[in-house]
Design a protein around this ligand. Sequence first.
Ligand code: DQA
Length: 143
Amino acid sequence: MKILVLNGPNLNMLGIREPEIYGRTTYKDLVAMIEEHCSKKGIDVTCSQSNHEGDLVDMIQQAYFDKVDGIVINPGAYTHTSVALLDALKAVQIPTVEVHISKVDEREAFRQISYVSYYACERIIGKGLDGYIEAIDYLEASV
Ligand code: DQA
């Protein structure tokens, strides 16, 4: 099974940005944690991050040509603004789980809108970095 884990803007700053919200674990550590989990399970995983909306669209489109079975996406702030990411996911029709490290549903009103959620088959919110692992396991069990 092939899984793509996509992180959007500012998630490369994990461990540095607002640690009281996002914790002190770095993006590098997150990738190591995901890779270790997937290697134990025999899942072929690729982790990618971009601060640029169009790059994220390109990566979602590429997942179609790479025959990816499932996508885990934390679109960061693009969650709340990007119809382009939603359309890209709808175009490729790959089962997708949306992850948020923080409890977006308990934060500012603007964080309670998610365009990606119109496509995602599951949302995992406010579980910290463990949410990514839960999302991978969800895809493994359901795809
Ligand atoms: C986030 C929540 C978003 O509102 C924010 O813009 C992020 C991270 C989260 O993981 O909690 O960058 O997606």
